[in-house]
Structures are given as C-alpha cells and as structure tokens.
Design a protein around this ligand. Structure first.
Ligand code: ZN
Length: 243
C-alpha cells in the first residue's frame, strides 16, 4: 500500500493542492489533524480532503473550530484565527471536523495515527525520545504517526534500549525494520522548521519505506487571501520563512 501522509494543513488550500499534485498514484491519503486554523480557506481544504477520501484524526485547531474549549489556551494570534474560522466555516465543514476521531489505526498498516500523542491525542507535543517511548508503550501497533509540532522528525528504538531522535532532512528516507518508530511528516500548510515548502511523507508499506518530501507552493497566494480575510499579520509573515 502506498499512502500520502499529511499533517497540519491549516486551511492552506494552495499548499494542499501542490501536495496533492505531487503525490502520484496512492492507495490512500491519511491526515493527522489541524486541517483548519491559521489559514484562509477552511471549507476548501475540508472539501478537498473529502474529494480524495482522506482518513484522518482531530487536532486542537479542528476542535477549536467546532466550538471546543481548547481555544482558551491559544495565543493571541491563534485565537484570533480560530475565532475567524469558527465564524466562517459552513455547517458541512463543522460536521466533518466534529466527526474526526482522536486516534485511528488503519487496518493492516502497522501504524496508529494521532495529532498530538497517543496518551494526549489533541494536546501533547511529542518532541522527545522519552515521550516517544512512553507513548509507544500504550499502542497496539508497532508504529505511530504524529503531527502538531510542524517539524519533520523520526523517533526510533535503539538496539541497546531507549529511543533516538533524528530531524529529517529534505528528501529524507527511513527504511522500516523491527525497531518501532514514531514519525512526524512535518506540516503541509505552516512548516516551522525553517523551510517554507510544504512537507509530507509517502509511506510504502510493502517496501517498508517512508520518504519525506518538500513541495514549493504559491505562498503569496495564501498570504494575499489571509490579508484579505483580515487574519493576523504575524501569521501571514511566518509562511515566508517556515517559522
Ligand atoms: Zn498545527
């Protein structure tokens, strides 16, 4: 099975279109939540994911968009964007986001999908080998995909015990073996690793291979739409820098 794994699209339709245009033939599209928030086109992104029958989970921004209390812990800009999203989305989008599960394990894939972490699906930032180890212990699948940090990273079991972390370079590849892994594909719509190009993973389960990809998209088009929508200037600027 060949799967495109996308995370943190954040209402950035131009980035999503560039990614979908680059994935080639796949058997499935998975997403790891934060479909909306920050960006200017929440309805368009949700519709596009429906078009490709994407299977996914709920992120903190999706929850906030549906009226969840998570919005209270957001910073000023994230909260402003979340309030804009809440007011802007259609009923169909809201129903779609509300129906997203917190955690799924696609049959036969060997992976669990979650936005934050298995123990705190909506909120935990899985950013250390220790956290990865503790979270893997809770799973029935060997491996896990997480999003939420917007940084492409691999946590892998070490032969001598414990886990190791490795930030993934552009076009990085990981051959899967008997060592358990937690993988983050990076963010499609708001990368934060200093590279503004959209980030995602192609997973080939038969070959046991995960490949990280970066795709340039029309950042200016998204920024112009954000400005026109009155979204916070800092959120507009950061897209240029991938921060
Ligand atoms: Zn996010």
């Amino acid at each position: 099975m060949r799967v495109a794994v996308l995370s943190d699209i954040h209402s950035n339709l131009a980035a999503l279109e560039a990614v979908l245009g680059s994935i080639g033939t796949v058997d499935a599209v998975w997403h790891l939540g934060d479909v909306v928030g920050y960006g200017p086109e929440p309805d368009g992104v949700v519709q596009r994911l429906r078009d490709v029958a994407a299977l996914g989970v709920r992120g903190n921004h999706d929850e906030a968009a549906c009226g969840g209390a998570t919005i209270e812990s957001f910073n000023v800009d994230a909260r402003a964007a979340a309030e804009w999203t809440r007011a802007r989305i259609g009923d169909e989008t809201r129903a779609n986001l509300a129906a997203l599960p917190e955690l799924i394990a696609p049959a036969g894939s060997g992976f669990t999908l979650v936005h934050g972490s298995p123990r705190h699906p909506i909120w935990e930032y899985l950013d250390s080998p220790w956290a990865a180890e503790q979270n893997l212990a809770l799973l029935e699948t060997p491996h896990c995909f997480v999003g939420h940090t917007h940084v492409p990273i691999v946590f892998r079991e070490r032969r001598r015990g414990g886990m190791a972390a490795a930030v993934v370079p552009p076009e990085g590849r990981l051959r899967l073996d008997d060592r358990r892994v937690v993988l983050n594909p990076g963010s499609v719509g708001q990368p934060r690793d200093g590279n503004p190009a959209a980030s995602y993973v192609i997973l080939d389960t038969a070959a046991g291979l995960a490949t990280w990809r970066r795709v340039a998209y029309d950042i200016g088009a998204t920024q112009a739409a954000m400005k026109a929508a009155g979204l916070p200037p800092r959120l507009v600027r950061r897209l240029s820098f991938g921060q």
